[in-house]
Design a protein around this ligand. Sequence first.
Ligand SMILES: [Zn+2]
Length: 274
Amino acid sequence: MRIGAYEVIAVQAGTFGLDGGAMFGVVPRVLWAGTNPPDDHNRIAMCARLLVLRGPERTWLVDTGLGDKFDAKKNAIYAYDGMMPDEALRAADVDPDGITDVLLTHLHFDHAGGATRTDGSPTFPRARYHVQRSQLEWARDPTAKDRGSFRPDDFLPLYREGRFRLMDGPGKLDDGLEVVVVDGHTPGMQLPKLSDGEQTLLYTADLVPTTTHLRLPYVMAYDNNPLSTLEEKQRILSQAAREGWTLFFEHDVNCTACRVVEEGGFGKGEEVTI
Ligand SMILES: [Zn+2]
């Protein structure tokens, strides 16, 4: 798919499983088990789908998957089957050396896990890494609620080496490319939005991890501020439905991208081929 000067490429970096109850918050299992069937450990299937935006001068990689820092026990707990993002890029015929910018939506391990190697070196040594300052500050000192979602080895080496370009709030990254910032899931989660005035694509990260989460009350129990997530979903999905945006899903194993419809509540519209 092309949007303006950018080639848009979806890259699959692996699959994993998370507890269905945690993924759907207050929504009863009988309501989500049909669309997201749990396994015998109550895990639902998730994927780590990365996004490449190849422009005339810069090539952006959005998120890096889980990487390879888990031991066998953790891999089994999360049913993780995946690869480092540079391998995933090669498998998708994208040269990892061509990545000039890595945009991390936030620093949870399933998003920033592949940002560094097990020895702490950057996976993309030639790239600038972009993260919101408020997210980095939070990740360095999280609450007990989401401490388990951060692995300091994913991001502290980058911070210590001064590799981060810290951003303060929403703003433009490049021609046609900007970030929307939301705080309900975790402070300073940034969602890249690419637009040429006709087509708009939003990478929804953990604001809308799967198409099932398009429904307003389907908010993860992981979220730090679920009422903020509700308000952010209402505002962003209303605009997306009105303006016909394409939503790109990081974690939906069955749907890469679709439009959203608003008929009473929000729901999945036409699928979009990336
Ligand atoms: Zn997250």
